[in-house]
Design a protein around this ligand. Sequence first.
Ligand SMILES: NC(=O)c1ccc[n+]([C@@H]2O[C@H](COP(=O)([O-])OP(=O)(O)OC[C@H]3O[C@@H](n4cnc5c(N)ncnc54)[C@H](OP(=O)(O)O)[C@@H]3O)[C@@H](O)[C@H]2O)c1
Length: 304
Amino acid sequence: MKAVRFHQYGDADALRVEDVERPTPGTGQVVVQVAGTSFNPVDATIRAGYLEQVFPVTLPFTPGIDLAGTVAALGEGVTRFELGDRVVGLLPMTTDGASAEYVAAPTEVLAAAPTTVPLADTAALPVTGLTAWQALFEHADVQPGQRILVHGGGGAVGGYAVQLAVQAGVTVVATAGPRNTDRVRGYGAEVPGRGIDGVTGQFDAVLNFAPVPPEDMAALADLVRDGGVLVTTTTPGPQDNPRGVRSSSVFVRPDTEQLAALVDRVDAGRLHVHVADRVGLDDLSAVHARNDAGTLTGRTVITL
Ligand SMILES: NC(=O)c1ccc[n+]([C@@H]2O[C@H](COP(=O)([O-])OP(=O)(O)OC[C@H]3O[C@@H](n4cnc5c(N)ncnc54)[C@H](OP(=O)(O)O)[C@@H]3O)[C@@H](O)[C@H]2O)c1
């Protein structure tokens, strides 16, 4: 089968399309014929070797933690899925990923895929949808009637966070650049601009999904009300805030119940899966290069 791999940590051109052996399912695993995966910034961080201590991978390695596809083989003890089931999932960071025609996946990270969106496109849901869910409902514990700021609302995580928060009865102000403004307004947020200059008032929670420097995190903390929370997926927030503003960093984890709840919302037409671009396996190296150059935003789906 075809798979993208890197043999050494390095730049985007370390990624090559190769012929490799098709995986077989271990106990409790299925092998999924991949319809799509999507690029996440962490894929590039792992490829560059920056996370070698945290997520040690065996080289050569195939990236791609977002998965959408069809169950093609069942391992011992698998009862939750049958051959032909359409699934989505957030794969473990340290085992070969979904930038390949087939991937082995533990069933505990998989849920039935949405049926109302092309299967490949649903690869734009697991990582970013789960991150948004966990940021909102676990770290910020948002409640109906609250007012929150989503910084980076035009990005992949931000877009889901805005939609989920609005539907939970939360008033949402979101920052987004010009190309995303109309879409994020369409989700029900007020969008004053890309930066926080036009943002007024204070918020029960500020959620940061933009890769910003530490000084920006201090400015975001100033926008949180006394005793509120600053949640971030990127730069850590300031600690020991004199006003009792708590900082909380998100590290997304698989959760099939949350993923199933996201899938239900997609199929009910309440959660829009936004795909910024679609490319083939041959283009994955170029996608990593665009990320490294800082010119990639939103979710790019790699279709097979
Ligand atoms: N810790 C975790 O578990 C976890 C999980 C998922 C993601 N992440 C991280 O979370 C971040 C968001 O992920 P994503 O997939 O949503 O990325 P994304 O689609 O690239 O979105 C990031 C957004 O941030 C905005 N942005 C970038 N720099 C900005 C700045 N200086 N000021 C204001 N806005 C700025 C961009 O806005 P424009 O489009 O207007 O340029 C973009 O829409 C990434 O850094 C990712 O690595 C972490």
